[in-house]
Design a protein around this ligand. Structure first.
Ligand SMILES: CC(C)(COP(=O)(O)OP(=O)(O)OC[C@H]1O[C@@H](n2cnc3c(N)ncnc32)[C@H](O)[C@@H]1OP(=O)(O)O)[C@@H](O)C(=O)NCCC(=O)NCCS
Length: 171
């Protein structure tokens, strides 16, 4: 598996991830298809500028055109100041093979090695077994439940935190 920065050419993967009702079931439902080319372009600019880490998951480096999903760390302002957050998506045909967990681990190892992002938060929907499984098995601590706004929708989520410098469980 490899991670690489998103580019504007990843719009097809964006549509398959973000406009699919099943993929988006725990994220408030599918997003409009017509917005995805601009979203991929903006994300590519932010990734290239190293403002966010927005990585596409390439399961087999021998076939780099095949994208399995994405993993992202970004910073946003909350009431108490800036918060680093991680999120992940794996397309249905690649799910259940450990790719989501490996991609999240790889990005958190990079955060640890570069001493970037500080404490990292994750807010998977309370009923999302696989996402909560990723958090639990990588060494995140469960803080509690809270409502989270994603793409203008309010979702009931678990609040997990990890300090990659001290908490990341060995593979
Ligand atoms: C959530 C998602 C990223 C998981 O990716 P994945 O590659 O299928 O997950 P993995 O195979 O790495 O499994 C991660 C952990 O969850 C467990 N798991 C996987 N699928 C599961 C399921 N359906 N039910 C219960 N546990 C599950 C695995 O056993 C593993 O835990 P372990 O290490 O203790 O064995 C993927 O299902 C997805 O993108 N779903 C749709 C979008 C989404 O929900 N994104 C996250 C929003 S918070």
């Amino acid at each position: 598996m490899q991670l690489r920065n998103v580019t504007a050419d990843d719009v097809d993967a964006y549509i398959r991830m973000r406009c699919d009702p099943v993929m988006m079931a725990d994220l408030g439902g599918p997003l409009p298809r017509e917005l995805q080319p601009d979203k991929a372009r903006r994300d590519a600019v932010e990734a290239a500028a190293d403002i966010c880490w927005i990585k596409m998951i390439i399961p087999d480096p021998g076939t780099p055109a095949v994208v399995a999903g994405s993993v992202t760390i970004w910073s946003h302002d909350a009431n108490e100041g800036p918060v680093s957050e991680i999120g992940w998506m794996v397309l249905p045909q690649f799910q259940g093979r450990g790719l989501g967990k490996l991609a999240a681990r790889t990005l958190l190892e990079q955060a640890r090695d570069e001493d970037r992002w500080g404490v990292v938060h994750a807010f998977p929907a309370t009923g999302n077994a696989a996402s909560n499984g990723i958090c639990r098995s990588l060494g995140f601590r469960l803080i509690g439940e809270q409502n989270v706004t994603f793409a203008d929708r309010v979702l009931r989520s678990n609040h997990w935190v990890i300090d990659p410098r001290t908490d990341l469980k060995p593979a």
